[in-house]
Design a protein around this ligand. Structure first.
Ligand code: MZP
Length: 499
């Protein structure tokens, strides 16, 4: 046997040490954009994410509803594959056919009309929220209405002429809106609007600014998330029925596939990748691996990205059942080194995804700092309204159901199969509950705010800067205690009463 001299380490064993924070390094200036699939030096990846989050290929996490919600927020879902092919393809189709949360309609409104007129038009068209765009001259015509999710207009403003919301300047700020950057890009692209989208720190559209000389089609300031103007969606496949599953998923519009397996360092995966590459024009990720050898094997087979992690998932008992796996931090660090070395040697950058084991938000920042390009999470997303499972009340708390793919409930034997048995011989996952946490967007806003703030502490405006500049230290067991509230009586738990 070969012995590794270093122990396997998890994220909780590390902390980031701040670097110099320059004045330009503010959360609003931080970009979380990250490549999803491989690309050659000097080129752009075919798909990027605006936030480095993917939802797990799991029955209890990624269906079409999660697919839409996460794509809208700038990440990607991989629709679970442990279901009949047609049902999975149907979910993919639903995400692809989903219309973003706004409509633009040409209207005959003029700046002399009041907002009440706009509201009436809005009511007639069934729009719930809107912003207004204009052709740029103070007396010009409205270009249309943009509905969005959280645009609010005060009641007492409704009888004012629309022009009071406009300035006589060439640049016209037309309204605040909460739609995401990708939605704004779709809007601009689809309707040939000469407006420049300005985004807030959450990558949400803040304002649309009219510019006479601005041609969105010539100088699009942001990359479009996706070329056929629908949400980007991924889908899980396995190395058993791929010859039937892949054609159906591609036909349904899946942009990116991923071979979902607890152990990806196998000839089964190589054959699957080769088949997909030879027959389809679709991106395919593979995994999971936990070391350099596994990474290189899948990359040489043609994988567009590689997933890292065995046994670290919150619902996973693989390590207990089979004694295989590796601490997630150690796995990411080694595979990231192999990725960088491969890039130096070949000029091809193959993104890696840290899959499983994210417990605290700061674990995401650590995973990125250690070299992950994006993270895949199950437990994190299972807690939200948008996950496919039931919300229940247990005692005084709301919870959501969350079960592993290797549990008796999911019976995803293909994910664990090591050769030809069509059944689950023993469980590698559990059936559980997670605390209900509310809507996805609200939670993700908090998480990304923490990541951006930490990146500023580390003096990094982009994920690749963080990967280069981060200084990471191991923590001792005793200093872990120092990291939480300590030596104080917490008010909530004190049991004290008083006036
Ligand atoms: P987590 O984010 O909940 O910690 O981990 C999610 C990851 O656990 C999934 O993306 C997948 O790789 C893995 N998983 C899913 N089901 C099981 C299981 O039943 C599992 N053992 O390990």
């Amino acid at each position: 046997a070969t012995y590794y001299t270093e122990p396997s380490r998890t994220f909780s064993e590390f902390l980031l040490i701040p670097n110099l924070t320059t004045k330009a390094c503010t959360p609003a200036n931080v970009s979380l954009k990250t490549p999803l699939v491989k690309f050659a030096k000097g080129e752009q990846p075919a798909y990027s994410l605006n936030i480095p989050f993917a939802s797990a290929v799991m029955q209890s996490v990624s269906d079409d509803r999660m697919g839409v919600a996460l794509a809208r927020a700038g990440g990607i879902s991989f629709i679970f594959g442990s279901q009949p092919i047609e049902e999975q393809a149907g979910m993919v189709r639903k995400v692809k056919n989903h219309k973003a949360g706004f409509v633009v309609s040409r209207s005959n409104l003029t700046p002399d009309d009041t907002l009440q007129d706009v509201l009436d038009l809005k009511a007639r068209n069934g729009h719930s929220h809107f912003a207004i765009t204009h052709d740029g001259t103070p007396n010009g015509k409205l270009l249309g209405l943009v509905t969005s999710r959280d645009y609010r207009i005060s009641r007492d403003a409704t009888d004012k002429p629309i022009r009071s919301f406009m300035t006589p300047f060439e640049s016209l700020i037309v309204g605040r809106s909460g739609i995401t950057l990708s939605e704004a890009n779709d809007l601009i692209w689809d309707h040939k609007l000469n407006v420049l989208p300005i985004v807030d720190e959450r990558q949400h559209l803040d304002t649309l600014v009219f510019r006479k000389d601005y041609d969105a089609h010539k100088e699009h300031p942001y990359e479009l998330l996706d070329a056929n103007k629908s949400y980007v969606v991924g889908a899980g496949i396995n190395s058993k029925d791929y010859m039937d599953r892949v054609p159906a998923l591609v036909e349904a519009g899946a942009d990116v596939l991923v071979i979902d397996s607890s152990d990806g360092y196998s000839e089964w995966q190589r054959e699957t990748i080769e088949y997909v590459k030879a027959n389809f024009d679709v991106k395919i990720g593979a995994g999971n691996v936990v070391d350099r050898e596994g990474f290189l094997y899948l990359v040489e087979a043609g994988a567009d990205f590689v997933k890292v992690g065995i046994g670290g998932g919150s619902i996973c008992i693989t390590r207990e059942q089979k004694g295989i796996g590796r601490g997630q931090a150690s796995a990411v660090i080694e595979v990231a080194e192999a990725r960088d070395e491969y890039f130096r040697r070949t000029g091809v950058y193959v993104p890696i995804c840290s899959d499983g084991g994210i417990v605290h938000d700061y674990h995401i920042t650590l995973a990125l700092a250690m070299g992950a390009d994006f993270v895949m999470m199950g437990r994190y997303f299972a807690r939200f309204d948008e996950s496919p499972t039931r919300k229940l009340k247990i005692g005084n708390n709301f919870v959501k159901e969350f079960w592993g793919e290797g549990s008796n409930r999911a019976r995803n034997w293909q994910r664990y199969d090591t050769g030809g048995k069509s059944g689950l011989m023993f469980e590698e996952g559990v059936d559980s509950y997670v605390p209900y946490a509310g809507p996805l967007q609200e939670n993700m806003d908090k998480t990304t705010a923490k990541i951006k703030s930490t990146m500023c502490n580390c003096g990094s405006l982009t994920i690749s800067e963080l990967q280069k500049n981060a200084r990471i230290t191991l923590v001792s067991a005793t200093s872990l205690v120092e990291g939480g509230a300590h030596d104080v009586i917490l008010k909530d738990n004190s049991g004290l009463s008083g006036e």
